[in-house]
Structures are given as structure tokens and as C-alpha cells.
Design a protein around this ligand. Structure first.
Ligand code: GLN
Length: 451
């Protein structure tokens, strides 16, 4: 009731939910109430109200990746992560606005229009899981489930003053997640605090017959292991986070305070250089666009959603459907992705980027072996104005803002953004912490301590 009222009141302005499952949510709540009254045992998420990004399948409900090309499409099945939430008696309250097919950093590339940051409605919420972040920020649900291919959970969480967790690649099954770039995509929670993130990860993670890439490693009880034992821990921070002119002064200041605090607490805290930093973004964008161009080829007007009304023959039908259905950013990426995969440029771009990815992965892993954690900003700025940085006017500037968030995905390791104060305009700042693959237990305990 509480959340539905808040949605009623605020969603018109904020545009975080694209569809609210009022009847479904109330029916789930009633069924749960009846079981509680009957004295039956209930799940670990009993009564927790969760919103899901419009890239996650829930059977018989709409699913669009916030794209026109999936107009009127309904999920045929429920994805593994979402099913596990339902199995623990969570209440799914609706699907949330995002950048089209999760491509963007501001939620301005959505067929449903921009989402507004509740801290300042003239500003973006971040992206691509912008609706998911604002829904928690404005108390329209207890937590949200987003997806993070290059920062899409962490960056909007940082813009909205929340916790955003990107697990290790393959920790959570991708079955029932619309694919953007399959070797980068991760499902992750956006929450008010670290314990909530730990609990949601614990419920969603683990082996799954429907995703052949998912890790078979057992899932620790993250939510039970949040007590921090800092003995002997070594912490690195990206040296440029304190120095670079490209980072907003308030963010540098917040980083500096954090580093000093940790030193005072007696930890080994050292500034490090990341030698391949300048290669991370080009590698990320070449590979994700290549994978995206392949993944998006399935939207042909035959199998899913939108089909043009105006098609004299099959080939024209394909072309017009895609021309009408995809937005500008998605088209740009399909073209660039197709280009780097084309026979004459494959080796120069795609193969080379694959090799560089391997190097970045090795260097990141060895850094995270030497140190337990690596600290850096989640984003070089706080939430920017709607339209200010838009992909329409300057796509490159938008890509550059992802500088710190894509490394975890390129390397496949885990990362989290936690709230780290506000800037002079009272906009939230995010601190990012990365840890080696499958070190979520430690990462969450450390984040819980810092938060
Ligand atoms: N902003 C990045 C991109 O546009 C990340 C998106 C994401 O993580 N889904 O690719």
C-alpha cells in the first residue's frame, strides 16, 4: 500500500516505472498474509517489495528493454534471478524505465522518455538502470533489480545516493535477461544499504541449468557474514582519483577523506596507477558494440514485438521494422558493432580489442591479488542536467563518463558503489570499491563497514 501510494504520487513526474503491477502485487501480498496467518513458514524476502528493470523477464508481463521494437511484447517465461526472488516471497511491483536495451548512462535513450532524479528533477538519474535507482531513491519500492554491463547498476546508484552492486561475471544466471553484451552483462541489486544488497545477491546467485556460463561455485551466506575483520587488509586507490582535473572537486575531496580515514585506522593504503586505463574505454565499447550488434539481430519484426505496417516484401519489412523500432543510440551501436565485426576490420578492431581485454583482465586481477580492494570514484561527476551531456549532442562525452565503471566488467570482477556524501549542490557522490572475482563476501563486509 505504502509503495503503491508513493508511485501514484510521484511517478508522473519521475517516470521511474513504465508499468505498475498493482493487481499482481496486491494478490501476492494477500496470499502471503494468508500464509502468515495460517502459521506457515515464509521466505527470506517475505513482503519485500521489489521493482525490476525493463530487461528482466516475468512471465505474462510486458517486457521491452524500453524500446519501441518490443512494443506489446510479453515475457514467455520468468528469468532465474526473478524466479528466485518470488520463491523467497518477494513482491514484484512493476517494471522500470531504462536506457533502450541498457545502452546509455543517463536514461535519456528510452522509448518511454527520460527519468528524473528525485534529488533534483532537472537532472538525470544516471543509467542505464535509471528508473530502478529513482524508484528506490523516491521510496516507490524497497529495492530494485537492474543490470550492469559497464556501470548501469553502480552509476545510477551513485547519482541517487544508493548502493549498487555488480557481482562477479557469471555469479547470477543471465537466463531471462535481455542480452546487451553477453560476455559483460550482470544482474545486480540497487538498494538503500549494504545488508539489503547482500541478501538479494545471496538469493539470486548460483548454479542454473538454463545458463551454461553461470558459475557452479557454492553461494556464501553473504548477509550473515557482514562483520568486518580488517586484519592485514591492503587497500589501493587509483591515484588520479585525488588528483585528476577531470574529476569534480567534491568527489576528489570525498575520496581524499576516505583514504585518510583508512590510513588513520591503520590500514595499508596505497595510491596506484592503472597502466592500461586509457585502453579500457575503447576496448569496452568495441567489444560491447560487437556483441550488441549480434544480439540485436533477433529483432526482425517476425519473432518479437513491433512490425512495420508498411512492407511490400520481406527484406523491406526487416529494414523498416528496425528503422522504426530502434532509437538513435541503438542504431549507432549496431552500425559500429557491425563495422568492427566486418571481414576487413575484424582483426584491426575486434581481435585487437579481445587481446587488450585479456591484458586488462590479467592486470586487474593481479592488482586485486596484491591488494584486497581498489577504490575509485564511480563516476567523475555527480548527476548532470538533463540534455546537458546527451548522446544526441555529444555521444563521445557520454562514453567518456563511463571511464571508471567499465573496468569491472571488462575484467569480470566485482564492484560496488556506496554513498559517499554530497557535493556543494547537495547531489549524491558514489564511492566505488572493486574486489577480485568471487570476493563478494569481503567486498560486502568492507562496504558495510565504510557505509
Ligand atoms: N553506459 C554504458 C553503456 O552505455 C553502460 C551501460 C550498462 O552497463 N548497461 O554501454
Amino acid at each position: 500500500g505504502h509503495y503503491l501510494r508513493n508511485i501514484e504520487e510521484k511517478n508522473k513526474t519521475l517516470n521511474a516505472f513504465v508499468e505498475v503491477y498493482t493487481d499482481f502485487a496486491l494478490a501476492q501480498a494477500q496470499a502471503l498474509d494468508a500464509r502468515i496467518k495460517a502459521g506457515e513458514p515464509v521466505g527470506r524476502l517475505a513482503g519485500m517489495v521489489i521493482g525490476i528493470k525493463d530487461v528482466l523477464c516475468l512471465k505474462d508481463f510486458g517486457l521491452q528493454g524500453s524500446s519501441k521494437i518490443l512494443d506489446k511484447f510479453k515475457s514467455q517465461f520468468t528469468g532465474t534471478a526473478i524466479q528466485r526472488l518470488l520463491d523467497e516471497d518477494a513482491i514484484i511491483i512493476g517494471r522500470q524505465n531504462c536506457d533502450e536495451f541498457a545502452m546509455g548512462s543517463s536514461n535519456e535513450n528510452s522509448a518511454f522518455g527520460v527519468v528524473r532524479n528525485a534529488a533534483d528533477t532537472t537532472r538525470v538519474p544516471g543509467g542505464s538502470s535509471g528508473g530502478s535507482a529513482v524508484a528506490v531513491q523516491a521510496d516507490m519500492c524497497w529495492a530494485s533489480i537492474g543490470s550492469d554491463t559497464g556501470g548501469s547498476v553502480r552509476q545510477p546508484a551513485s547519482f541517487c545516493g544508493l548502493v549498487g552492486l555488480k557481482p562477479t561475471y557469471s555469479r547470477i544466471s543471465r537466463y531471462g535477461l535481455i542480452a546487451y553484451a553477453s560476455s559483460f552483462d550482470c544482474i545486480g541489486p540497487i538498494t538503500r544499504n549494504v545488508p539489503d544488497a547482500a541478501l538479494l545477491l545471496e538469493v539470486m546467485a548460483g548454479a542454473d541449468d538454463f545458463d551454461s556460463t553461470v558459475s557452479q561455485k557454492p553461494v556464501p551466506a553473504y548477509s550473515q557474514q557482514l562483520a568486518w575483520n580488517g586484519a592485514g587488509k591492503k587497500i589501493a586507490y587509483l591515484r588520479e582519483s585525488l588528483e585528476s582535473e577531470a574529476i569534480a572537486p567534491a568527489i576528489r575531496e570525498s575520496m581524499k577523506k576516505r583514504v585518510e580515514f583508512l590510513k588513520q585506522q591503520g590500514y595499508t593504503v596505497e595510491g596506484v596507477e592503472f597502466p592500461l586505463l586509457e585502453y579500457i574505454l575503447p576496448t569496452y565499447y568495441i567489444l560491447t558494440m560487437a556483441e550488441a550488434s549480434a544480439n540485436l539481430s533477433r529483432y526482425d519484426g517476425v519473432r518479437y514485438g513491433h512490425r512495420t505496417e508498411n512492407a511490400p516484401d520481406l527484406e523491406t519489412m526487416y529494414k523498416r521494422t528496425r528503422a522504426e523500432g530502434f532509437g538513435r543510440e541503438v542504431k549507432r551501436r549496431i552500425m559500429l558493432g557491425t563495422f568492427v565485426l566486418s571481414a576487413s576490420y575484424y582483426d584491426a578492431y575486434f581481435t585487437k580489442a579481445q587481446r587488450v581485454r585479456r591484458l586488462i583482465k590479467e592486470k586487474t586481477e593481479s592488482l586485486l591479488t596484491e591488494y584486497d580492494f581498489l577504490l575509485m570514484p564511480t563516476s567523475p561527476t555527480t548527476a548532470f542536467k538533463i540534455g546537458e551531456n546527451s548522446a544526441e549532442s555529444d555521444p563521445l562525452a557520454m562514453f567518456l563518463a563511463d571511464i571508471y565503471s567499465v573496468q569491472a566488467n571488462v575484467a569480470g570482477v566485482t564492484g560496488i558503489s556506496i554513498p559517499a556524501g554530497n557535493d556543494e549542490q547537495n547531489l549524491p557522490i558514489g564511492l566505488q570499491i572493486m574486489a577480485n572475482a568471487f570476493r563478494e563476501t569481503d567486498l560486502l563486509a568492507f562496504s558495510n563497514y565504510l557505509e
